[in-house]
Design a protein around this ligand. Structure first.
Ligand SMILES: Cc1cc2nc3c(=O)[nH]c(=O)nc-3n(C[C@H](O)[C@H](O)[C@H](O)COP(=O)(O)OP(=O)(O)OC[C@H]3O[C@@H](n4cnc5c(N)ncnc54)[C@H](O)[C@@H]3O)c2cc1C
Length: 334
């Protein structure tokens, strides 16, 4: 087995942080995965996909497993739907484009989200009014401790806004090896509820391709290219608060941006809170807040994970002092 020692993860995380892993191994098949887990059962295991939602703040002890399981299979098909099994190591955006090209609907709004398929259920990836849970049937997993396989259906994944059981009660217990999703072949349910998507499509026909293209264009204009400016997309989740707290804040800050998510619950724009505190476009040493999107923390060059964490903590405490709201990171901090 080709286990690398003292391996630099600089090219394996989109913040571009030069962190070293004690040992590193690329997993190519299921048998391999079970063997390496068994042989290294005494070690701490870290699972890595595309590294687009991880902030490494220190030397990574133990074994880092990069998931490279490949394969896309249509396992059921009828006139209206397809069920597809996708292995965890497939690139998410390439898979979305494969679906769009084949005329399979349901994932087009999730175009250009970085990372691999296996990480998609971890935080129930979402964008432009669609979440993974909307098309998800189940995922297959391998237990890190005893190498047993287990399938979790949609309900059992406990999906929520940027969360799942794999990020909460079962954190670091399972490795997702594949996911199963159901997509439409006919009568697609297009979601262009976001004004910017509608506007970008303009007079063109609304179809899978035009929606995907519009979203790619919008994302490219709003988010920094990770090859140029290291980042992990939104660093914080949008906080959800109760109605009375929302009305209290709205009275004090009339331009506060928020929308009702359910009875008595409001989702507040974390970007608005950060922008209000004049962090948008600000840089502190090697790190900063992206000029076009206040939720995105960036590595301006040569930053360490600790510097990014210090900035995140500073923002979190200022948001709390001003609004009595505790921001939660969307990014996994290691
Ligand atoms: C520019 C940019 C834009 C983004 N936009 C969005 C967006 O619109 N919506 C959104 O939801 N996210 C977005 N993200 C965040 C990120 O792309 C997603 O969370 C993505 O699913 C992470 O995939 P990854 O393979 O890079 O995961 P990684 O960063 O490698 O891992 C993330 C977490 O999942 C765990 N993990 C990874 N693979 C597995 C596996 N197979 N089994 C078990 N655990 C695993 C890791 O241990 C870690 O805890 C964005 C990121 C960037 C950089």
């Amino acid at each position: 087995m080709d286990i690398k020692s003292n391996y630099s993860l600089e090219k394996s995380n989109t913040f571009g942080l030069n962190v070293v892993s004690e040992s590193f191994y690329i997993v190519k098949n299921l048998k391999d995965l079970k063997n390496i887990l068994w042989e290294n059962r005494a070690k701490k295991i870290t699972v890595l996909g595309g590294g687009s939602n991880i902030l490494f703040t220190k030397f990574l002890d133990g074994l880092c497993l990069k998931i490279d399981l490949k394969g896309i299979d249509i396992i059921e098909e009828n006139k209206n739907n397809v069920v597809i099994n996708v292995m965890a190591g497939e690139n998410w955006h390439d898979f979305v484009q494969w679906c769009v090209n084949k005329g399979f609907g349901g994932v087009e709004n999730l175009s250009l989200i970085p990372g691999l398929v296996g990480a998609a259920p971890i935080q129930n990836i979402g964008a432009y009014g669609v979440e993974l849970k909307d098309i998800f049937i189940s995922c297959n997993t391998v237990n890190i401790k005893d190498q047993t396989e287990k399938e979790f259906d949609q309900k059992n994944c406990l999906f929520g806004y940027r969360t799942s059981r794999f990020k909460t009660i079962d954190k670091n217990i399972y490795i997702i090896t594949s996911i199963k999703i159901r997509l439409t072949k006919e009568k697609h349910k297009y979601n262009i509820s976001y004004g910017s998507v509608k506007q970008e499509i303009g007079n063109r026909e609304i179809n899978l391709e035009s929606i995907s293209k519009a979203i790619i264009k919008i994302r490219k204009s709003k988010l920094p290219d990770t090859n140029i400016l290291g980042n992990c997309g939104s660093f914080f989740k949008n906080p959800v608060i109760n109605e009375s707290k929302y009305f209290e804040l709205k009275k004090k800050f009339p331009s506060l941006s928020a929308f009702k998510v359910e009875k008595n619950q409001y989702k507040i724009s974390a970007a608005w809170l950060i922008e209000f505190l004049k962090y948008k476009g600000r840089s502190i040493g090697n790190v900063g807040v992206y000029k076009n999107q206040a939720l995105v923390l960036v590595n301006l060059g040569g930053a360490t994970g600790k510097e990014l964490l210090t900035l995140a903590n500073k923002i979190t405490s200022e948001v709390y002092n001003n609004f009595k709201i505790t921001l939660q990171p969307e990014v996994e901090i290691l």
